[in-house]
Structures are given as C-alpha cells and as structure tokens.
Design a protein around this ligand. Structure first.
Ligand code: 8DG
Ligand code: CA
Ligand code: CA
Length: 476
C-alpha cells in the first residue's frame, strides 16, 4: 500500500559537511561526533535485549550516528531485530507514536551494513520492515532514493512532547535568565520570545552542538540564535553574565523571592533605594500585606524547595481536612508534581466533589483554613509555646488549593497541571488554530457557538484535535 508522502517534509540523507566549530570547553561534550545529522535512530529493545541494544547503540554512535535513548516524535529510523513490521507497528501504537510516512522501520541488518560502510547504506526491501511504494510518488527524486525525513517541530508546546529530560539545559537556563530580566523590565515581547525558545529546546531529543542543529526549529529568532551561537562558541553568553551582575535584576530576584511580592512592589522598593531584605523588613515606614508579612516570617522555609515527600505529606493533611467536610471529594495533586517534578516552589491541589452544591463549594476552603487555624492554636496551647525557630519541628510550605464544580473538573485539572508555557500555548492553539476559547473552566467553540463538555483531559485534547499528552509530557 502506498503511504502518503509530503515532499515538503522530506530531507535527503547523505554525508554532510563536518561541523564548522568546536564547542566551548564548559559544554557537556557528547562522546562522539554526529556525522549524519538527518538521521535520528532508535534501537528497539524488544526481542533484542538490553545488552545487545546497548552494544549496538555505542557502536553506532562511535560511527557517527545519532542514536537516542528515548522514543520520541523526532526519531526518523527505528531499528529492530527479530521483529516483523507489524510487530514493530503494534509496539509503536502502544507507545503512542504514529508510524508516519516519515518514519523508517528497519531491520538490524541495515544498521550493521551501514556501520560497516561507515555511512548509511541505501534502504532496500530486505531492510525495510514496512514496504514503501515510492514509485507512486510524483517526485522523481523520491523514486530514486528513499527519503529520510526530519519531522517538523510545532511552534505550539501542546503539539510537542516535553519530558523533564532536557538535553539543552545550557541554552534553556540562559534563556530563562534573559526572559526573567525582560519580565522585570516589563518587555513582554522579548520575555515571551526567550520563554518560547527555552520551551522548544526542552522538547528536543538531542543536544544542540552546532548552528546547523537549529535549522527547522521554530521559535528561534535572530536574538535567540545569537545567544545560542555564543554559547556554542564560548560555553556561555555575555548577555546572561551581564544580567546576572545587574543590580536591578539581582534586587528584583531577591524581592520577588518573598511570598506576596510581585513586580510592582519590587519596582517601588528598588526606586526607594532598597537593595537588601533586612533593610526592608526593619523599615518602619513601609506597609506590608498579610501575604508579605507571612513571606518575611517564613522566608527561609519558603525559599527552600518543597520535596516530593513533603508534598505527599501535605497531601495527607489536605485530604484529611477536605474529607471532614466533603467525604466524597476527590483531591488531586496538580502543578509540577503531577508532571513528575521532584521539587516545587509550592504544592497545588484540585478539589472536586460529585455531590456538592454551589454553597458547599464556596464554603469548603474557608472551612479548611478555619480547621487548620484551630488545630494550630490547640497545638500551641498544648505544647505551651509559640512558633519559635528553636527546636522547630515543622516547615512552612505554600499550598494552592483550588475547588471546582464537578462538571468542570477536567478543565480545571488540565489548567492547573501546567506548565505555564504549555497552558499558554494550549490557549493560543485553541484560539488561532481552532477558533475556540479555553480556560480553566470551559472550552467554547466560537464557530458552533457552543460550550464543549468534557469528562477527562483526553476529551479536551480530542475536542481540540490534538494528540493526547500525558502530564509528564507537558513540561514545556
Ligand atoms: P513549581 O511550583 O514546581 O515551581 O511549578 P508549577 O507547579 O508548574 O507552577 P505553579 O506556579 O504552581 O503553577 C501551576 C499551574 O497553575 C500553572 O499551569 C499555572 C496555573 N495557574 C492558573 N492560574 C494561576 C494563578 O492565578 N496563579 C498561579 N500561581 N498559577 C496559576 O491556572
Ligand atoms: Ca506548583
Ligand atoms: Ca501554584
């Protein structure tokens, strides 16, 4: 059966020019040079075994092939041993990867011959686990050589799988500093540009080692590319260095680390000449909000990250309190922890109950807070002391509690799981590609003029015509 082809997405293989530049010394250097940039290989472990797979991967990498550990949409060639085409296709389906026309499914004999030849050999019927009929293609080029394609990367994070396995930290850390600095300076355009760039690089299954690697990647403007180039050459960016040493950046970073302090307050304190928290805390003329007071009081606890174990412990307390009022409520940890993060700056929970009335929903959070306040009071009375730092056996942790009507739980869950960049792009995609409006409560189809119902996150993705992404693939 002829498979559909999109000639625009095809890139031909063949030896490429060697990379023009050496990498900066502080970069994590890959053990082997990649000679064949257009091929991204994945070796199937099924029926091959871990040891042989590891051996073949190492050997292929030594020969200049790019071999990935993880399966992703960026893989162009899957190499299998003792597997039939249908077995590989079936396996791919389970992995939620589409066997698109751009993906080659090959027998290990192709890899072995290619390694022997020192370059990718032509793929023939004996190598291909799935027959392709290229003679049907209108493009004469395609009839000669089987195409090797690199899948197009979407400009939307909701069409990319982004796990926590970021191979481009060196670039994304730099972009995030620059984005934050633009945020502090209220330059939204550049802030967003660097955040988008960081997000797209986080989704790549390979480390960028030359400017050639950036070709075809969306969201990389000239300003961004300059930073990438400098990091490739020098191992660091002079602009990032300057920002990290900038007084305004350092002050804003410090001030916003206090819970309840945002850009407006930071700006005010900076203009008043403050540079340290101790001066601010002891100033008699400044007025603080209740949040800021708590932010200063528990500063040390709140700047230290929340661990997963701590988050789980908080979860037990939250459930206990919620169930005291709504015994049938569902309590789900959302935010970064749901996406698989090991640490967080807070713990987010979504609460919903099938039997609750509007009034129950309104009253739940005040009731929970009240319960905790009473408990705290009793503990203090019992132990006969106030919350002193000496012999402190507790830690202050930020908790975000969200209550939502049961019919809206899928929208709330999707909205509060994040990441922020993922959410931003999901909304942008809904608006621009589907003429729909999405928020944490609902999805509205502007063409049909109706609200689309959903019982699960999967249904919302389906309404939007998107492939489903698991929470851990939303770390954009
Ligand atoms: P972290 O705590 O580990 O640092 O990261 P996170 O869990 O991904 O970030 P978060 O700031 O706790 O936000 C979690 C999700 O909640 C994120 O997708 C954004 C979403 N969110 C809203 N509304 C609001 C809001 O008003 N404030 C905050 N902080 N987050 C919101 O949908
Ligand atoms: Ca969080
Ligand atoms: Ca939060």
């Amino acid at each position: 059966m002829p498979l559909p082809m999109d000639p625009l997405q095809m890139v031909h293989s063949g030896p490429r020019k060697k990379r023009p530049r050496q990498m900066g010394t502080s970069m994590v250097s890959p053990p082997h040079d990649i000679k064949f940039q257009d091929l991204v290989l994945y070796i199937l472990e099924k029926k091959m075994g871990t040891t042989r797979r590891a051996f073949l991967m190492e050997l292929a990498r030594r020969k200049g092939f790019r071999v990935e550990n993880e399966l992703s949409d960026s893989i162009t060639h899957i190499v299998a041993e003792n597997n039939s085409g249908s077995e590989v296709l079936e396996w791919l389906q389970v992995q939620n990867i589409k066997a698109s026309s751009q993906l080659e499914l090959l027998d290990v004999s192709w890899l072995i011959e290619s390694m022997g030849a020192g370059k990718p050999v032509e793929m023939t019927g004996k190598h291909q686990l799935v027959r392709r009929d290229y003679s049907a293609s209108p493009n004469p080029e395609l009839q000669k050589t089987p195409p090797l394609a690199v899948k197009k990367i979407s400009q939307y994070a909701c069409q990319r799988r982004t796990t926590l396995n970021n191979c481009n930290h060196i670039f994304t850390d730099a972009f995030e500093v620059l984005a934050e600095n633009y945020e502090f300076r209220e330059n939204e355009v550049f802030c967003l540009a660097f955040m988008r760039a960081a997000s797209v690089l986080k989704s790549l299954p390979f480390t960028i080692i030359s400017m050639k690697d950036t070709e075809g990647i969306p969201c990389l403007g000239d300003k961004v590319k300059c930073v990438i180039e400098e990091i490739i050459e020098d191992g660091e960016s002079s602009e990032v260095k300057a920002v990290l040493n900038d007084e305004r950046y350092q002050s804003f970073k410090l001030f916003t680390s206090v819970f309840g302090v945002g850009l407006k307050t930071s700006e005010k304190w900076f203009r008043m000449g403050f540079r340290t928290l101790s001066k601010i805390k002891s100033d008699k003329t400044l007025k603080f909000t209740p949040m800021q007071k708590a932010g200063f009081l528990y500063y040390e606890d709140l700047v230290s990250c929340v661990t997963r174990a701590e988050a789980e412990a908080v979860g037990v307390l939250v459930k206990e309190a919620v169930w005291a009022f709504l015994p049938d409520a569902f309590v789900t940890m959302t935010g970064g922890f749901r996406r698989g993060k090991k640490i967080g700056h807070d713990v987010d929970f979504l609460i919903t109950s099938p039997g609750s009335t509007d009034e129950d929903e309104e009253q739940l959070l005040p009731k929970v807070i009240n319960l905790w306040e009473r408990k705290l009071h009793h503990q203090r009375v019992d132990s006969g002391k106030c919350s002193q730092q000496d012999g402190k056996t507790w830690k202050a942790i930020r908790v975000d509690l969200v209550m939502c009507p049961y019919e809206r739980r899928a929208f709330a869950l999707l909205g509060w799981t994040g990441s922020r960049q993922f959410e931003r792009d999901l909304r942008r995609y809904a608006t621009h590609e589907r003429k729909m409006m999405l928020d944490n409560h609902a999805l509205y189809d502007k063409t049909k003029k109706i609200f689309l119902k959903a019982e699960s996150e999967e249904e919302i993705f389906a309404h939007l015509g998107l492939d489903y992404l698991e929470p851990w693939e939303r770390n954009a």
